[in-house]
Design a protein around this ligand. Sequence first.
Ligand code: 6PG
Length: 254
Amino acid sequence: MISRNSPARCKIMVLPDLAALSERAAMEFARLALRSSKARRCFTVALAGGSTPMMLYSLLSDEKRYYRYVIPWKWIHFFWGDERCVPFNHPDSNYGMAFKTLLGRVPVPPRNIHPIPVANGDGKRTAQRYAQIMRRHFRAASGGIPKFDLILLGMGEDGHIASLFPGSEALRESRKLVCAVRGVKAPRRRITLTLPVLNNAANIIFLVSGKTKSKSLTDVFLRKNSSGRHPLPAGLVRAEHGKRLWLLDSASAT
Ligand code: 6PG
């Protein structure tokens, strides 16, 4: 039995730069997708938004690289860890970014792509709807928590992950799978998976790049908190039943 915080459960790798970080993330993605598809003919992943994952997504779909030819796209289901409440063709859309860099360039069956349905405008209803979509895919009973094979997460300069920002009420959510929030980073209206879902994942890969992230990284790993509850959202992602891999570039890890 590996303990909750044993090294086997949480690995930190420092790579020279974003290109090396993305290459390592692509290798991990392919390894997990192949292993899961071989065992269960299914691999369910929640994609990260923002800019850091773009190079990873482009690598996975690059016709001049082998990833797109070895990854079993037909068995993979794509969800999102969070989404901005903007149209899919808006430059800030996480779905739009993933479609341009990855999903529109590889043979994933359209029925395997599960975007957060932000078009209907009402945040609360969108969050409920996405929770239903996830439950249906995972065949999770009403109280059950979906178990993603992999969740990709970036981290903001303030230590936020997905759209769970420091001090947000959504960080205290223990029942809902998905919440509508008002973030501090524009676009402010967002939909996000909650910590119960993130912490139930089999694998979490954090992708953190750039010097502006190093202060929060120090806090995540070194700051002890008296209340027993880490003040930064990234510090609350423990993946009790899974493994965490932090992929950092040297600028963020200084
Ligand atoms: C989002 C992301 C968010 C992102 C961090 C880091 O929708 O904005 O989910 O959590 O991962 O803000 O963003 P960068 O990768 O752009 O630094």
